[in-house]
Design a protein around this ligand. Sequence first.
Ligand SMILES: Cc1ncc(COP(=O)(O)O)c(C=O)c1O
Length: 469
Amino acid sequence: MGRKSIYQTVYNRLRYQILSGEWPIGSPLPPERKLADEWGVSRNTIVRAYGDLEAEGLIFSKIGSGRYVQPVPPLPEGVRFQWRDQLSPYPSYMAELLSSFGKESAINFSLGDGGKHMLEISDFQKYVKQVAEKAESYYFLPINGHPQLREWAVSWMGFDQVTSPEQVVITSGSQEALQITTAVLAEPGDAIAVEMPTYFGALQLFQSLGIRIIPIPIDREGMNVDVLEGVLARYRPRFVYTVPTFQNPTGYTMSLARRQRLLELSEKYGFPIVEDDAYRHLQHGAEPPAPLKSMDRQGNVIYINTFSKILFPGLRLGWVAGSRSFIQLVTRRKELSITTNTLGQHALLSFLQDGCLPGHLERCRQLYRKQADVMGRFLDSLTPLGISFEPTAGGFYYWVSLPEGIQPKEILKESISGGVLFAPGDMFLARETDQPFIRLCYSYENSEQIEAGMEILTSILRTRKEMSA
Ligand SMILES: Cc1ncc(COP(=O)(O)O)c(C=O)c1O
């Protein structure tokens, strides 16, 4: 290949990376030398191509910090509209977290589910094998889910407000329940009030739909309902999203008094509450306060739950319950994904009908209580370094504040190379901040692995602390 064609190839490739959105608007371009090495060309070729792209207005340089993709690329002549500009990027933490799955050797404090324990303690595979033999497991079920599974959900919830299977739709996990609920209640540009921090899948969903997130602080008593009342008139949220029991990521539980006050506000101002109750049955000791839905006097609460935290996330089974009129709208939206997985619903139903759930939940609770204790002891031993955290009463998580001067992301890098994964606190906030929190999940690994992982984290933190002293 002649000199010119190498240059042309490099130039065309760079131009494509930018115009196709592979390198998103505003993102930094690779340094010249690095790219030259990667692509096996001379540095001069890259310098020249960057120069030409800059002259075209596709990229720009910032002194001392390198080159970036120009925020608004000029439209090529004759083209009126660039559809890619309409695609709004939003962070994909879910993909990052799920990709950590493959790292079998890593100790995982980042994934919020029961890990391998669930197969060991549930006997669930037996039911999968049984239903796999039956032809009915391979055909469609009604759009709103298996009628008997919906009946089961009604009696399991036991709410006076939800008495008929027509008030329940089975969904692909609670994520789909939340997604459909949001689509029914809100449009791009609307506002939704959420606890801050909150479950990142909800944040990601709302952001992807162009919804404005109104953050309401949370403390040990749950969402700060006074702050909520203060912002209601200004932002008129389409709904309040709350995880009132053993919240993700903080583990906090909303007190009964705040639950009552939140319901009063919803009645006074006329907004719905979406109650995501994923962790309700995973208490370490005393039962948590009653669900908001069970105290709902005006049909304002939409209730969402899942089998992901008490059985398997890969089942992708959850449900949404509410008033008949709301559930009709949910069912219309649910049609868009046709229905929910049949095989899984049959297996789950047999498991539930055999009465396996109560005993299984008891085993889960014992297991998680023990694992929470193991992790908690390590965290206790770190408090002299300046770490703080609240004891957990249920659910999967410790929300840990790091000592001053130690950044979660720096620790995360070191920790990943040491073979331990956890979630940095920023994931659970609507935008990046320098808040010093990390979320440690004690459900996924067994006690031995938790000890091993915490030894590694402890040593990283101690060394960092010594360095910063
Ligand atoms: C509060 C909360 N809601 C919903 C989900 C998603 O669960 P599912 O697997 O049922 O979609 C999670 C998972 O982390 C969660 O923490």
